[in-house]
Design a protein around this ligand. Sequence first.
Ligand code: DGJ
Length: 739
Amino acid sequence: MKRLYYYFIGMMCVLPIQRISAETVEISTPNNTLALFAKPGTSLEFLYYGEKLSDTDLRSFADSQRAWIAGYPVFGMYGPQETALSIIQNDGNATAEFKVQGVEKNDDDISSITTITFEDSAYPVTLKLHYRAYNEVDMIETWSEIVNNGKKPVTLTQYASAYLPIHKGNVWLSSLYGAWGNEGQVETEALTFGMKEIKNKDGVRNTHFSHPEVMFSLDGKPCENTGRVIGAALCYTGNYSLRIDTDFSDYHHFFAGINEDNSAYTLKGGGTFTTPPVALTYSGEGLSGASRNFHKWGRKYKLAHGDTERKILLNSWEGIHMDVNEPELAQMMQDIADMGGELFVMDDGWFGEKYPRKRDDAGLGDWVVDKEKLPNGIESLIETADKIGIKFGLWIEPEMANTNSELYDKHPDWIVKAANRQLVTGRGGTQVVLDLCNPKVQDYVVGIVDNIITKYPGLDYIKWDANMNISNYGSQHLPMSEQSHFAIEWHKGLEKICKRIREKYPEITLQSCASGGGRVNWGFMPYFDEFWTSDNTDALQRIYMQWGTSYFFPAIAMASHISATPNHQTLRTTPLKFRADVAMAGRLGIEMQPKDMTAEEREFCSRALADYKKIRPVVQFGNIYRLLSPFEHKGLASLMYVSDEKEKAVFYWWRTEHFVNEHFPIIPMAGLDPNKNYKVTELTRIDNVPLRVEGKVFSGKYLMTHGLDLPYGHNVDSDKRNSYASRVLYLEQVDGYND
Ligand code: DGJ
């Protein structure tokens, strides 16, 4: 009955045709519109989300197209449907009923923020829903705020950032799942009756097993370059829950926000609870179109230094692991510089005095140089890098400690631990997580970075790692009555730390790493320049992982390194060209001991690095068009990046399967200008003779409607033949055939 009443209220506000109803709230970006119906004194209604509506459409909308569906369902008064918000009032009343009070729009330089304010009909609680629409990119960020205007506390048991109904039809969901070493795998499924939940409860790293981003393909099985797609990304570093409920109604109901499990939140009188934003985009150009929107928005407004080219680096981890020593580091620096690299990063193993980091069971927390390993300190390494003409970076894991550390000796009360319970440890049997709920610990973590940067002013780059989940659910700082706030407060602490560091050191390059790709999320990226995609550097498996990761994250941020064979994780042996051609589709680096390479391999790497420098602007700032998915298992995978002006493009083609008498498709390209002509140059060439297409000019139209016929293998001497094959083609616009 209540539901009917709600519908009836809605139906009474029919307005004369020809006017956009005053209650219709239009939230638009260049090509998208989200429309809501917010009549003062009633509940919010969802009207529309998709391709931008014209004024004509909007005029007719409220009269003729209303679906009578809630814009942000709350618990208690409207029947059994799933809800976004649930509040237990101080007197125990478990219902909420929010009525629109007003709508406000505020513009800043880059966006327009619409805020809809609601009051509860009986209790002193205000709800605000914010919608930030960007002026230049198709992205709307939305989040909620709950304000307790009363004197007594209320308890929040559900607090989704956003709710979006998606009309049933043939809707498919694409999401990412995986595990350590296998991150970013694509899961594609038709939405059927029941609840689908994508969740994380790790407490520290939220993207190993699943991701807080999804895409909905509205026209059946997802296609890369056609079809209507809605993309959503929760911009949060911590535990999340993304729920899609397909119920008896015409809609799939999508909710996204912090994971509320074991996290009931007591909101004190006068307090405000703000949820993290969900970024929404719509594209009529398939999954790749939605990815381009995420990438553009990310580079322009989210990612640290999204407009600056990334350096090509050598990271020491797979080369020497914790056997850090000055001569070898100096040799590695010289080698990467000789190959054309621009930065060297010293990974784990350089620190600890009383508890030196010889293995992974000691030293975390004591960020002082191990003088046994590096008698001349980091200063000397930076001097060497300077002389050689490259930059220097180092690894830290500042949110953690080992019980074998001076930090733990001094401050056992600074670590995450449940009262009256035994300590649970992680990596090395001694790793523990610092209690970031505690402001003193926050100061300490900021201090680590501060001290390092102050002490080593030449430092260019920090790899920030995090290798443990929360195993002990408890803060030694929070009162017992607030232990259920722990997961949330820990991440608030982390965010404060990141903000303080970025405010003080806006220039430093930061990599987000968490046992590989455990922290690839849009909550972290505003403070970080890039992420370590996975600890698995095997080129073949990386094709899959990078494919999935590219759904939401741009190549500029996706660290992708050429490593040694047999690969340390899969033990697979792949040719160097294949490894380079895969790594060149992201932010290129090297991760091996160069002194183990042959002269021929070094020469090849030097060429690959030089080639990458030519295409770096297109890869790092261009628009992605994924062409053939490795998950289709057609034996090939292919994607390309195209510059904004469509005058340059890079086309990647990788063989992913090897069987005799296979027949591969010719892959039509995408994203080019059909009326432009493009000259083809193969990069990282190893064949004894050039490709037949080398130096030839083709129209964008031909390349996109047909594509280039490429040989399945490489024309190399017999001792160099193997089953792997890959191509990287550079396309440059030319005016005439001979340009
Ligand atoms: C995990 C990271 O993912 C690796 O790249 C490396 O930095 C190790 N930690 C070091 O302990």
